[in-house]
Design a protein around this ligand. Sequence first.
Ligand code: ADP
Ligand code: MG
Length: 711
Amino acid sequence: MLDINTSLKSVPRITPKYIRVLEKLGLFTVKDLLLYLPFRYDDFSKIVPLSNDFVGQAITTSGKIIKAKNNRLFRRKMTITEIILEDPNGFQLKAVWFNQPYILENFPVGSTARFSGKLGLNGKYFSMSNPAFEKSSRDTTNTGRLVPIYSETSGITSKWIRWQIKTLLPLAKNIPDILPEEIRKKYNLFDIYTTLSQIHFPDDIEKLIRAQKRMAFQEMFLVQIRTLEIRKNWGEKDSNKIKFDEKLIKKFTLELPFKLTDAQRKATFEILKDLEKPRPMNRLLNGDVGSGKTIVATISALQTVSAGYQVAIMAPTEVLARQHFLSFSELFKNYNFNLALLTSSYKLTCGGGSTSIMEAEPPKNIVREKLLSEIKTGKINLVIGTHALIQKDVKFKNLALVIIDEQHRFGVAQRATLQSETMNIDDGNIKAIPHLLTMTATPIPRTLAIAYFGSLDLSILDEMPKNRKPIITKIITPIGREKIYNFIRSEIKKGQQAFVILPLVEESISESMVDVKAVKEEHERLSQVIFPEFKLGLLHGKLKAKEKEGVMEDFKNKNFDILVSTSVVEVGIDIPNATVIVIENAERFGLTQLHQFRGRVGRGREQSYCFLFARGTEQKSLLPTRLKIMEKTNDGFEISEHDLKLRGPGQFFGTIQSGLPDITMENLSNIKLIKFARAEAAYLLENDPKLKGHPLLADALKKFSEKIHLE
Ligand code: ADP
Ligand code: MG
């Protein structure tokens, strides 16, 4: 007898070959498979008679098979299967498949069948190529309905998954519902069985939407419970109270070469207020590239170090850590602080008391030992580094503030360790845990930030420093390419530098060799054909971390005029001399990502430019409208809101990272849903803080926390 907990290995139809693929997808039991949700649907729900009206549309039609044969084209080594179907009105449809001769068996002449696909017109016949099909006597699974499309990997098709799920679906009745019934009633949400039935095989679009809403509510409900737990937990810890020294801060800000923006002032104030509290701060500084997050972090560090405590600042890469180290050393040159740089290459840099920076590279472990001991004794006030900072042997004397820059670049696991390490950091004396300030690399829409980072307080830098010249952005069709190359030439002759960015060739998580080849070829073409007079650097994901750093350093030091790069180019890197960025195949990128690239320029005094090269069409009106948004605005928050609407929240965290299915992702940007889920989560925890009365929920939450880290 099959049950929801039965291993898929024991399901008669599923052979070992499939088991391997399913396990790769993380599917082990019947329940896992039933909870494997489609990511989109083909709408074949209208069963219609053949008619000119539907040519060009995806339809389902039904009729009698009147002819069926395989044509072998020996010379082209190809088989074409050709079926003629006649509908009740006597119109005929010719359907063809290529190199799938076995398909023929499904169509005995005289039987009836349904075909779904895009309807064409070919001479006297209506036509379809490669349609989905089904015997008319069967339930509609692959045709005649909203057909679910699952994310496929090599070895299994959506059709196969549909077939399996269809037969196993009745077992979904035994899946316990983790959403309490009161909540389901209150918000008119389907129970879990109805939800799964409608998600896999929707009766109609309304029911599908209701089912998706229920799934989204469930995910958001779990997110919010978890968030509230973290928040409560955090709020029960002790921290060092750091008194706000108004005179100190005033003096520092007056000595800056610029005036703080109102947004910076407000954020700084919020942080300094938090530092005064006996409970640890847990705050996200959400701001656009170039909005000046560093200075806000600097002031927080200044206050903390002046009060006699240590500060740790963590960046995702060595280049960024090093850049921060240099900025902080400069900003604190008039203060008698000791700064250290700690990265995994263990190269030690010390700066303190003056602008002079001491760099030493004697045998690595000796330097590291010395540095670690000085961190432990408290001689070093401020440590800047990569994740090398959270290794076990790094111990502080009295760490009171941890600042994490570009937090989304740290992997989920790293981020989780980071926070728990922050809580368990060995500070030698008291039980206090450090205040925590995280910073984003790119603006996150407010609703989303609240939904995902509800355990954090938010400070938002939604205002750019006044002295900025907005970057001029232009979409360039192929015909305009030459003109832009000439423009780049003139900029470089003026002493400026340029970036050329290439997208990944294949949709994949990491760069493949194909991508590396593409970027190498473009580098070669530009160096030899277009810009033989200039020096061009090359950056891609297959370089070792050290090599990447080297290339970025070289570019910064003007050893190259142009840097050709895949999308790995460092976010947050400051190259004020670069004034042009060209983005190839811009239509392949999302707006948020385009905006991030664009932020590589516009950091100096000169006017900067961003050229979006679009492939394939000379007609701007045919280009995706979203590209035009880039021409219209430089406001990162506005762009991220657009992007959220267009592509959903996945890209802000990455679906893989967050572990949420796309389908629910879409609903998660729904502010009302977030509010309700939050209210219900709060109510639940108030009445049942340990979830003793809700064991199903407690269990689901445990699994959920293993999968997703919201900290
Ligand atoms: P991000 O938010 O991307 O980390 P940074 O902190 O690196 O931005 O700031 C970008 C640049 O803007 C730096 O060179 C910084 O000195 C400068 N800057 C920061 N705040 C202001 C301000 N209020 N007025 C003028 N320039 C500023
Ligand atoms: Mg920054």
